[in-house]
Design a protein around this ligand. Structure first.
Ligand code: DP6
Length: 331
């Protein structure tokens, strides 16, 4: 089954109680153990599992309604031009959700992430869109089905359906029905993340292309599945026993290994800027001086610092530009 057929299958014979319009919020998420590489690009089935932390009240709020004619998509109040690749990706994603083949949607998404923080907002956006579509059509889908649907918009979106720590199961099935995310039961209110913005420029190579290139050309990628298995285990233990140093070490080592696989790709993928490397050295120097401070990085130049609440004043003193997030603060 292709993506269209898989989504139609999941929505097949759902009873409907349609409303005029519906709204939903989904948090952004940052992976502590990264998703990088697909075993099936059509259904966004991952080559490994991954584990993230959601960013509390920071994320996307999406309102959807049905309309006659073509889809209308707004991002932060601005219409998204039809010709952009993201518009086309959204229209294609929406196709299997249409109650009639010629029905259009109006989609209005607002992100409340720190504007300059260089976050990937598509994960929160696709998760909020799927939740809003479920409310609009009154399908009453369960969390697992919603996660599978969001995954087909963007892989990491399947984790944005939940708060706190979230694990995305790799799954084995060809149809992807066992590849979905689930929240872990543990919370960690003292955990803090701070974004360190090095550059806001759009990244030259997006995640989808970057992971495909790495998987196809980097010999270092062969070591990645074993690295992920070890880091996932360490993170689960760290979260369960609230061992911050273990969590920080596993997350930072996972991010560094991820970037090593990218450096080995051809053409090479280096998302770092000189300022990224300077910030890493600053973290390492502080750690050598006894400060429990770690970082993670996605496919971009910005660092996300990891530390505990008791270190917040000190971290902000050393990194005045850092934007602090309390991931469990979403009541
Ligand atoms: C480095 O989920 O954006 O942030 O499935 O192709 O849409 P697609 O990719 P995407 O990739 C995220 C990559 C990452 C790691 C992570 O979030 O796990």
């Amino acid at each position: 089954m292709n993506r269209y057929e898989t989504i139609r299958f999941l929505l097949h014979e759902r009873p409907e109680t349609r409303t005029e319009s519906a709204e939903a919020f989904a948090p952004a998420n940052i992976a502590l153990c990264k998703y990088w590489g697909k075993r099936d690009p059509e259904l966004n089935l991952p080559a490994t599992g991954s584990l993230s932390i959601s960013l509390g009240h920071l994320g996307a709020t999406t309102r959807v309604s049905l309309r006659e004619g073509a889809d209308e998509i707004f991002l932060n109040g601005e219409p998204l031009p039809d010709a952009t690749p993201f518009h086309q990706r959204l229209v294609e994603f929406l196709n299997p959700f249409r109650p009639e083949a010629d029905a259009g949607f109006r989609v209005d998404t607002h992100n409340n992430l720190p504007t300059a923080a260089g976050f990937a907002t598509s994960a929160a956006g696709f998760a909020a869109l799927v939740l809003a579509l479920d409310r609009l059509m009154g399908w009453g889908l369960d969390a697992r089905t919603l996660s599978i649907l969001a995954r087909m918009g963007s892989g990491s979106a399947c984790r944005s359906l939940f708060h706190g720590f979230v694990e995305w199961h790799i799954g084995k099935r060809e149809d992807g029905m066992d590849s979905y995310a689930e929240p872990l039961p543990e919370t960690w209110p003292a955990l803090r993340m701070a974004t360190l913005t090095v550059s806001n420029a759009a990244k030259p190579v997006g995640s989808t292309e970057g992971m495909n290139r790495t998987r196809d050309t980097s010999v270092l990628y062969r070591a990645w599945p074993d690295k992920v298995a070890a880091d996932l285990q360490a993170l689960r233990t760290a979260i369960h026993t609230q061992d911050f140093e273990l969590l920080g070490r596993a997350a930072e080592s996972n991010a560094m290994s991820l970037h090593a696989t990218m450096l080995g790709a051809w053409p090479p993928l280096c998302y770092w800027q000189p300022e990224s490397l300077a910030a890493m050295h600053k973290v390492w120097a502080l750690r050598a001086a006894g400060v429990p401070l770690y970082f993670t990085m996605d496919a971009g130049p910005n660092l996300k610092l990891l530390f505990l609440q008791e270190e917040q004043a000190m971290v902000c003193g050393h990194f005045p530009g850092a934007d602090v997030i309390a991931p469990f603060d979403h009541a």
